[in-house]
Write a protein that binds this ligand. Structure first.
Ligand code: ADP
Ligand code: ZN
Length: 624
């Protein structure tokens, strides 16, 4: 029976004094100098034997919260995790850090499974990873009974029957915990923020009420930009070209688009693959693995891609189509920059996206109440997209966290100026009314611009007083006006999917000229605005030119080592470590130990491989 399970909960238990210092373990074993916000509180609660439900956004460092207590406390920690690939990589990373870890799954080689079971028997195994299906399988409880000190559950929202990721086996975890040991402490982790899911987890997973720790939705290393679609392929390629050699994810709305855009990128000499639910299981796994392991690959994917992704050095996430909700958006951009280094995101959106989303909601089978909620969530998303205020501030306030302007989103960087668009708005409304509220954006713009198209001739629209009144403005400007009118609730789309516009009653005063209408000034700029330098470059640019060359050499070495050891590159060292080596230029082992992410095990294993690269760079023989 694990000792920690019997430890009194609370802060002044006897364990604190007898355990190794957590700060010291953080440095020597994990190679980190500081805890991230929230980590210390959770670590201390787990060491104190408390039940914890931790809500932390993706990439905020949840694994460390149970790994560090597992290393320090006596006994074996059982980690329930839904994804085999992720499990395998985590175990590999832990072993490299000198921590006894193993997994039991269908994918575990027999040799490894045997040594994990031996470690479990003699108590030397610190972490045992297992999928929920395996935990629920016959015979597993007998294997674990009395040998587990505490349980950590990853992706705990999978227990929610109303959620998208529901896994029935998650409902059996609590029962399994009872059978394995009496009143075992359980720590559950999730990135899903909404209070309903949170309550459901608390009820389904715990016997005692857990301590709920929710922390920061800020991601200081992520930059946000949002841009109307003009030519999405060109926009995405331009965005990627500013970040050469970076790994990234591009989200699209359909399988076909995923394949097409991936093709387009390859033709533009950008290494890219697609990923979607239309591929068979083996192919999907192969592509996901490739993305996980390879440096500098772009994956163009539908939302089917994501949950299993644990790649810390994803340098950008782009949305070529509008995301579904703010929650989905946050999850998806959260896959960038998990290593804490700067990463960029770009979201494209257009009228078609907005209309399609509205249609999906209206045509779903859901009860009216759910539909109403969905429409509200869509409005919140549109408000964020067209917002004249700081993006991060709006995003965090959506999750219930007040904050100051971030200084790193496109609005903060470029500043948003409002411009008066009363005249244009009235022209657009007039064109809409005079054509009978039966047409979509492009035809209305034809009328405004005075284009003699077939359709214009067929309906006799060239004779309207509105015909050609909008010549002063370009087509993209007019699209922007329609978008802003839509986001402001002045026009509404039909419910049958033909993409025609109706005027909302709210627009009457505007049409009559009684109230003004203002838009973000960039609506009037024909082309996209001046781009800020990519954040990734900004981090690397802390290095001088020689430092860059050293970084490249270190990266080449890392690739060689990773290939030889058959692990992803970041398992050897994350980018951040390489940058730190390139800055500190350590010439001996003790200097190497000060590098970010280098603990004792990695020092022993890798110092002699990487020190010569630095020495060669400095033109010196290696000092041992
Ligand atoms: P999550 O599970 O919350 O999505 P992870 O546990 O995968 O996030 O952690 C994301 C990355 O952050 C990993 O590369 C991890 O090594 C790193 N990390 C975690 N804690 C720290 C820390 N205190 N200092 C520096 N890096 C950290
Ligand atoms: Zn901002």
């Amino acid at each position: 029976m694990g000792v920690a399970a019997n430890a009194p909960s609370g802060h002044d238990g006897p364990m604190a004094s007898t355990l190794p210092d957590i700060d010291q373990t953080l440095a020597t074993t994990f190679g980190f100098t500081d805890f991230r916000p929230g980590q210390r509180t959770i670590v201390e609660a787990l060491i104190g034997g408390e039940n914890v439900l931790a809500v932390m956004p993706t990439g905020s460092g949840k694994s460390l919260c149970y790994q560090l207590p597992a290393v320090i406390s006596p006994g074996t920690t059982l980690v329930v995790s839904p994804l085999l690939a992720l499990m395998r990589d985590q175990v590999a990373a832990l072993r490299r850090a000198g921590i006894e870890a193993g997994s039991l799954s269908s994918a575990t080689p027999p040799q490894e499974a045997r040594s994990a079971l031996d470690g479990l028997a003699d108590g030397s195994l610190k972490l045992l990873y297992m999928a929920p299906e395996r935990l629920a399988a016959n015979g597993t409880i007998g294997l674990l009974k009395g040998k587990i000190a505490r349980i950590a559950v990853d992706e705990a929202h999978c227990v929610s029957q109303w959620g998208h990721d529901f896994r029935p086996e998650y409902l059996k975890i609590r029962e399994a915990a009872d059978a394995i040991g009496h009143d075992l402490p359980i720590a559950a982790f999730t990135a899903t923020a909404d209070p309903g899911t949170r309550d459901e987890i608390a009820r389904a997973m715990f016997r005692r009420k857990p301590k709920i720790i929710v922390h920061g939705f800020d991601r200081p290393n992520l930059s946000i930009a949002m841009e109307p679609k003009s030519d999405p392929r060109r926009q995405i390629i331009a965005f990627i070209r500013q970040r050469p050699g970076a790994s990234g994810i591009v989200y699209v709305s359909t399988r076909r688009k995923a394949d097409q855009l991936a093709d387009g990128l390859v033709k533009a000499n950008i290494p890219a693959i697609s990923y979607h639910a239309g591929l068979d299981g083996a192919e999907r796994t192969a592509r996901q693995d490739r993305f996980q392991r390879e440096d500098g690959l772009v994956i163009v994917a539908t939302v089917a891609f994501g949950m299993g992704i644990d790649k810390p050095d994803v340098r950008f996430v782009a949305h070529a189509d509008m995301p579904k909700t703010i929650e989905a958006y946050y999850q998806e951009i959260g896959r960038a920059g998990r290593d804490g280094l700067p990463a960029d995101t770009l979201t494209l959106y257009g009228l078609d996206d907005m209309r399609l989303r509205r249609l999906q909601i209206d045509q779903s089978e859901a009860p009216d109440q759910v539909k109403r909620a969905e429409h509200q969530r869509l409005s919140a998303l549109l408000a964020l997209l067209e917002s004249p205020a700081c993006r991060w501030r709006m995003l965090r306030s959506y999750f219930g966290e007040p904050s100051e302007p971030c200084g790193r989103c496109d609005v903060c960087r470029d500043g948003i100026v409002e411009a008066d668009a009363t005249t244009e708005a009235r022209m657009a409304l007039s064109a809409l009314l005079r054509t009978g509220q039966r047409f979509g954006t492009e035809h209305l713009i034809d009328v405004l611009l005075g284009e003699e198209t077939d359709k214009v001739q067929r309906f006799g629209h060239a004779g309207l007083p509105t015909f050609g009144v909008g010549k002063e403005r370009t087509r993209p400007v007019w699209r922007g006006i329609f978008r802003q009118l839509y986001a402001a609730g002045m026009i509404a789309t039909d419910r049958d999917g033909h993409g025609t516009w109706q005027m909302a009653p709210e627009a009457r005063p505007l049409l009559k000229g009684e109230v003004p209408f203002s838009v973000r000034a960039d609506v009037f700029q024909a082309r996209a605005k001046q781009k800020a330098p990519p954040a990734t470059k900004a981090a690397l640019s802390d290095l001088d030119e020689a430092g860059q060359a050293l970084f490249d050499a270190l990266r080449a070495k890392r690739r060689e080592v990773a290939e030889a050891e058959e692990v992803p590159a970041y398992v050897v060292f994350p980018d951040r470590t390489l940058i730190d080596i390139a800055m500190k230029k350590p010439t001996d082992k003790s200097a190497f130990a000060d590098v970010h992410g280098v603990g004792q095990a990695k020092l022993d294993r890798y110092a002699d491989m990487f020190l010569p690269i630095v020495a060669a760079h400095l033109g010196q023989p290696t000092a041992h």
